[in-house]
Design a protein around this ligand. Structure first.
Ligand code: ADP
Ligand code: MG
Length: 354
C-alpha cells in the first residue's frame, strides 16, 4: 500500500501525449533566447543563425513493437522511414533538410547484416532528400529502435508555421490520405493469417501494393516545397500528416486561433485505399481522417495563392472559418450533408443524447 502522504501519481493515459508534452513544456519554463523563433509546439524548432537564415531542428524515433512490427517491416524500409518522418517535419516548416544523426538501439537478435540493410535504406533517403548523415550513437536496447535528428536550413521569412492560418484561407492537402492506415490493416491481417496458417500462408500483396508501400516507406513531400519555392508560393500555415488529418487540422486551428470547415466528399483517397476499406467493412473516411502516417502536407492559403500550384498536386478539403463554438473548432460536412463536430481522434456526436 502507498504511504498516506505519497505524492499523487497520474497515469499518462489520463492526459494523453499532447497533455504530457504540455507538462514538459511547463516544467522547462519559457526560453529567454532571443534567437529562438519557435520551440516546443511546431513541427520543428526554429532558431536564427544570422544573415536572415534559420536552422530547423527535429527528432523522431521508431521503436519495434510500437511503430513497427519486424515481421513485416523490411529493414531497408525501416531505415528509409526513420529519415522520412523527420524530413517530413522539416518540409512541414517549408524548409529543406541538410544533416542528420542516427541513433540505433540494438536488441539481442539484431545481426550485422540487418544493420547494413537498415543503413542501405538510410542511404537511399539521404539520396532522395539531399541530406547527409553526420553521426549518431549505437547502444544496446530491449527493442530495436532508430532515433533520428535532422537539421534543416531556410531563410527566416520563408518558414511557415502552424499558426499562420487566416479566416478565408482554403484548407488543402497534398497527394492522398488514408493509404498508410489501409496498408497497416493489410499487414496486420497477413500477420494474423501467417500465425494461424504457418508456412502454408501465401499473402496476396498485389491488390495492396500501393497501400503497403505507403505504410512501410512513406516519402516526405520535399518536392512540393521546392516547387512552391520555385513558383514563389508561400502558404499561410503548414503541417505534415503524422497523426491524421483531423488531428493536424486541430493543431492548425489551435495554433492559429481559427476554425475549419471540412468536406468529407472532398478527401483525396486512392482507389486501392477504398478497396481495402471495403474489404474490411470499414468506413474509408475513418482511414483518411484518423489513420495518420500519410506524411502528406496540410496547408492553408488564400484562394488566389493556389494559382501558382500544380492542380494535380493538391486537393481543397475545406475552408478556414471563424469558429462557431470554440470548443469544437473543426466541423465536418459528411457525405449525407450533415455537419458534425470533428474531434482529433474521432467523430463527435456530442449533442445527440443531451
Ligand atoms: P510531430 O508529430 O510533428 O513530430 P510531435 O507530436 O511528436 O510532433 O511533437 C509535438 C511538439 O512537442 C514538437 O514541437 C516536439 O518537438 C515537442 N516534443 C515532443 N516530445 C517532447 C519531449 N519529450 N520533450 C520536449 N519536447 C517534445
Ligand atoms: Mg509534424
Amino acid at each position: 500500500m502507498e504511504a498516506p502522504n505519497a505524492p499523487q501519481q497520474t497515469d499518462v493515459s489520463d492526459i494523453g501525449e499532447f497533455g504530457l508534452i504540455a507538462v514538459m513544456r511547463d516544467t522547462l519554463g519559457p526560453s529567454s533566447d532571443d534567437d529562438l523563433v519557435s520551440g516546443i509546439g511546431d513541427d520543428t524548432a526554429v532558431y536564427r543563425v544570422g544573415n536572415g537564415r534559420v536552422h530547423l531542428l527535429t527528432t523522431d524515433a521508431l521503436t519495434e513493437g510500437i511503430h513497427f512490427d519486424r515481421a513485416f517491416m523490411p529493414m531497408e524500409h525501416l531505415g528509409f522511414k526513420a529519415l522520412s518522418v523527420n524530413v517530413s517535419d522539416v518540409v512541414a516548416m517549408n524548409a529543406a533538410p541538410r544533416y542528420a544523426t542516427v541513433t540505433i538501439g540494438l536488441s539481442q537478435n539484431v545481426t550485422v547484416e540487418m544493420v547494413e540493410t537498415i543503413y542501405e535504406g538510410v542511404r537511399e533517403a539521404c539520396d532522395a532528400y539531399d541530406l547527409t548523415v553526420v553521426g549518431g550513437d549505437t547502444t544496446s536496447a530491449h527493442a530495436l529502435s532508430l532515433s533520428v535528428t535532422v537539421v534543416g536550413e531556410a531563410d527566416e521569412d520563408a518558414v511557415v508555421h502552424r499558426s499562420g492560418a487566416q479566416v478565408g484561407d482554403k484548407l488543402c492537402v497534398t497527394g492522398d490520405v488514408g493509404a498508410s492506415y489501409a496498408g497497416l490493416k493489410v499487414l496486420a491481417r497477413n500477420r494474423r493469417r501467417m500465425e494461424e496458417q504457418g508456412e502454408d500462408f501465401q499473402p496476396s500483396l498485389d491488390p495492396y501494393s500501393y497501400v503497403i508501400r505507403r505504410h512501410l516507406a512513406p516519402p516526405a513531400q520535399l518536392k512540393t516545397v521546392r516547387d512552391w519555392a520555385a513558383a514563389s508560393v508561400q502558404p499561410h500555415a503548414l503541417i505534415d500528416v503524422s497523426d491524421g488529418v483531423a488531428s493536424e487540422v486541430h493543431h492548425v486551428c489551435e495554433a492559429s486561433d481559427v476554425g475549419a470547415q471540412l468536406y468529407e466528399p472532398a478527401l483525396p483517397i486512392d482507389p486501392e485505399t477504398r478497396n481495402t476499406a471495403t474489404d474490411f467493412g470499414d468506413d474509408v473516411s475513418v482511414y483518411a481522417l484518423f489513420g495518420g502516417e500519410d506524411y502528406e502536407l496540410i496547408f492553408t492559403i488564400p484562394e488566389e495563392g493556389l494559382d501558382g500550384i500544380d492542380p494535380q498536386s493538391y486537393t481543397v478539403i475545406g475552408d478556414i472559418v471563424e469558429p462557431d463554438d470554440p470548443e469544437y473548432p473543426v466541423l465536418l460536412q459528411r457525405a449525407d450533408g450533415e455537419n458534425v463536430p470533428l474531434q482529433p481522434g474521432g467523430f463527435d456526436h456530442f449533442d445527440e443524447d443531451a
